[in-house]
Design a protein around this ligand. Sequence first.
Ligand SMILES: NC(=O)c1ccc[n+]([C@@H]2O[C@H](COP(=O)([O-])OP(=O)(O)OC[C@H]3O[C@@H](n4cnc5c(N)ncnc54)[C@H](OP(=O)(O)O)[C@@H]3O)[C@@H](O)[C@H]2O)c1
Length: 429
Amino acid sequence: MNKSKLNVAVIGLGTVGSGVIKLLRKQKNNIKKRTGIELKVVAVSAKNIRKQRSVDISPFRWIASPLTIAKDPDVDVIVELIGDMDNTARKIIIEAINNGKHVVTANKSLLAKEGSVFEELAKEKGVFLRYEAAVAGGIPIIKVLQDSLIVNKISKLYGVINGTCNFILTKMESEEREYQDVFSEAKQLGYVESDPRLDIGGIDSAHKLALLSCLAFGTSLNFKAVKTEGIDHLSIEDIQEADLIGYKIKLLAIAEYSRNMLKQEVSPKLIRKSSPIAQVNGSTNIIAIEGEEIGTTVFSGPGAGMGPTASSVVSDLVAIASRKTKSTFLNGDKKNDSKSDDSVSKKSSFYLRFILKDKPGVIARLSGKLGSFGISINQMKQKPHPKQKATLIMTTHKTLRTNLNKALTDIMKLKICEQRPVCIEIQEV
Ligand SMILES: NC(=O)c1ccc[n+]([C@@H]2O[C@H](COP(=O)([O-])OP(=O)(O)OC[C@H]3O[C@@H](n4cnc5c(N)ncnc54)[C@H](OP(=O)(O)O)[C@@H]3O)[C@@H](O)[C@H]2O)c1
């Protein structure tokens, strides 16, 4: 059944594209020896032909228009690695599939929005669409969900799937630095997407979570239903206070499916220090899956970067050549009432930080308002704050998020806060 030779066109020669060319060159003989498959790069394309590259592309045909490659009769597989800046990647993928080419892509943002359209088209045209590198870089989580765990009824999936946010939170903690300072360093190091909101706003994690959800639960792709909050409002003080009560702050992506309801959320959470999720530092990713047969299984590894991402892309090429692939995972047909909101039914404890006007009676008014919504305080401490202000840190007993939101809105109306309070759920995972 194996097609022993696959002609590959790589579109996009940045971090991942260059890595793929390097890896294919380095592993050519090994791939042939171990799988019997020859993966041959026949054409490449990028934006700027004159750009200095970290890899020698002179042996390959340069094609100025990527859409032309998508129609090239000599090409079996298009590897799309240009990103989702404009409509180009979308056009390439559609054109390639329509012309009977297999497609490998790492484009999570495009897949989160249009993956099911691509899969449907690929199925119709009898070609394969693969995207192992789109989620968690080098961790083979897509294959795990499509293949290894296929007989498991999965109820929950959660983890840290954006290395940039985890790098920032880890550095804030270990070097006792403020968010803005570490964010600037991450930007200088090239860790932040050209549109930073994708990373620090939690959107990149939401893209990946949307893909993982439908693979795990068999639901339809619904990126817009992911409740998303970023990390840019967090302060070193939040990290230190969480530490004092035994927690770390992580940008957690979590999806749960029960009673036809899919809950998808990306937001900062307090995670107990002993949890494996809390122990993932820097740009490493971690994903835990709870399944009926496997219990809780945890996968951890490099979430991005040239080598890990290229490794996933090349594994997709080998899978296509070996005809080991599935096609319709982003088109799940299970009921998916994503609009249901568990803030009205699930109780959690919360960490809160207020910066208050330093006047008599403000704490009484604040706690009175919390009490009027049935929210009881577990721990509370007041700290001095420069310039006639006071910082109030507290954790609550278990309460409904919806009640807490109402209380916080009312507290803001009291005009006793200097800024919006920071509110982070304490997540027991
Ligand atoms: N970097 C990672 O660790 C990582 C991890 C997982 C997934 N991904 C995904 O992988 C994809 C590629 O990421 P990357 O980090 O390699 O990006 P990158 O370093 O910014 O490279 C993008 C490449 O695409 C080319 N390009 C941009 N617009 C183009 C256009 N309109 N037509 C033709 N070529 C175009 C650029 O050409 P020039 O070189 O000529 O400018 C460049 O070679 C993205 O979808 C990203 O989300 C990346």
